[in-house]
Write a protein that binds this ligand. Structure first.
Ligand code: FEO
Length: 170
């Protein structure tokens, strides 16, 4: 059993991970509509990753004999001004999530909850990757600019992304 404040914060983070998945699915649908299926694929894989993030919180709460409480997930936006605007949004969103994870670590430390702090370290490392991968694509979208051929080439590259579920021990 973990502290009630920690339980509430972990449930909130699970909800934010689910929202992240929802947001990326919305972006995926936007890209499909823009005839950029490779970008759509990248977003679809990203959404799958977010679901695994949410499930890590779910599983941890169950493991600690705490209550999993599902809350409302708000509607994400459905339109962006351009592929660039969408990827700026992804990068900003991931930076925001990093801030949330850091806040959870602060709370775990404040409560001397070493087990939860240890659990959260996976997410600390994951957010470094999340920011790196989203800013990496953002830079490429900037380089492609408004050039149709640049976006087409990048679309081919993003079509290659595949979902790799994290190992059970991770
Ligand atoms: Fe679950 Fe993209 O952070």
């Amino acid at each position: 059993m973990i502290d009630e404040k920690m339980q509430e914060a972990l449930n909130y983070q699970m909800n934010r991970e689910l929202y992240s998945g929802y947001l990326y699915l919305a972006m995926g649908a936007y890209f499909e509509d823009q005839d950029l299926p490779g970008f759509g694929n990248w977003m679809r894989v990203q959404a799958q990753e977010e679901l695994t993030h949410a499930m890590k919180f779910y599983d941890y709460l169950v493991q600690r004999d705490s209550r999993v409480l599902l809350a409302e997930i708000e509607k994400p936006p459905s339109e962006w001004d351009s592929p660039l605007a969408a990827f700026e949004h992804v990068y900003e969103h991931e930076q925001m999530v990093t801030g949330l994870i850091n806040g959870l670590v602060d709370l775990a430390m404040e409560l001397s909850d070493h087990a939860t702090n240890n659990f959260l370290q996976w997410f600390v490392a994951e957010q470094v990757e999340e920011e790196e991968s989203s800013s990496g694509v953002l830079q490429k979208v900037k380089l492609a600019g408004k050039s149709g051929s640049g976006l087409y080439m990048l679309d081919q590259e993003l079509a290659q992304r595949v979902f790799n579920p994290p190992a059970a021990s991770e």
